[in-house]
Design a protein around this ligand. Structure first.
Ligand SMILES: [Mg+2]
Length: 238
């Protein structure tokens, strides 16, 4: 059987955690670096599609923290971030949601013997797991690529394919790997590895920017199951 891999971005594609990541990173900057008023510089930083190490550097720059100070403290910042995120996600928040169509699509894909799923996210692995846990989505994704593996999304994509293939005991050619994501950076990391790129706007990145990135398919949402499966080149019959 010829396998297909489908690699999903997390924030804005699978789920919307209503700013839990941003608040947790701000808490980490406050507790580790003693910066009050971190919200203003943090607000100037775009998070969508970026990896956590990249976001940490961007916030530090906006807050006037020297790069060497970040190098010294990054381990502590990550730890404080994950602790804050654990607390955030343990508190119920009605604004959090699974993106439209995601559960149905994942159920269909998981029922297919010729499809394997993986995560491809700029989150640290532990952060990704914390964000998916309240929605019960972790069991869909036994493995993936994370920013705890590499700070660069293109490299994370390469690692995700390698891990998911290894787990499946298969070698899957690049053209049978698809990336589903909500930003032009998801499209870019797919392209860089020769994977298919499926863009699904979350509303956090303007649709025109996704169009300019020229994905193989640009969907309105994952809510149209037939359209999503077509974009993934998966036919209706299992
Ligand atoms: Mg995203």
């Amino acid at each position: 059987m010829r396998l297909r891999l489908v690699l999903f971005d997390l924030d804005g594609t699978l789920v919307d955690c209503a700013g839990a990541g941003r608040r947790s990173l701000e808490a980490a900057f406050r507790s580790v670096l003693g910066i009050d008023g971190i919200e203003a510089p943090s607000r100037k930083v775009r998070f969508e599609g970026k990896t956590d190490p990249w976001i940490i550097r961007d916030i530090a720059r906006e807050a006037g923290v020297p790069p060497e100070r970040i190098e010294e403290t990054e381990g502590r910042i990550r730890k404080a971030y994950l602790a804050a995120l654990r607390e955030e996600m343990a508190r119920p928040d009605p604004r959090r949601r699974v993106m439209p169509g995601v559960r149905e699509l994942l159920d269909v894909l998981r029922g297919r013997p010729d499809v394997r799923l993986g995560l491809l996210t700029g989150n640290l692995e532990e952060g990704a797991r914390l964000k998916l846990a309240p929605f019960g989505l972790n069991p869909h994704f036994p493995t993936g690529g994370f920013s705890s593996d590499a700070p660069d999304r293109r490299e994370i994509a390469r690692i995700a394919r390698e891990r998911v293939s290894r787990l499946a005991h298969a070698s899957v050619p690049a053209e049978r790997v698809a990336v589903v994501g909500d930003t032009e950076l998801d499209v870019d990391c797919a392209r860089a590895n020769g994977f298919r790129a499926i863009a699904v706007p979350s509303g956090w990145v303007p649709r025109e920017r996704l169009e300019e990135a020229r994905p193989d398919a640009l969907l309105d949402s994952l809510g149209d199951l037939e359209a999503a499966l077509r974009a993934l080149e998966i036919d209706g019959a299992a």
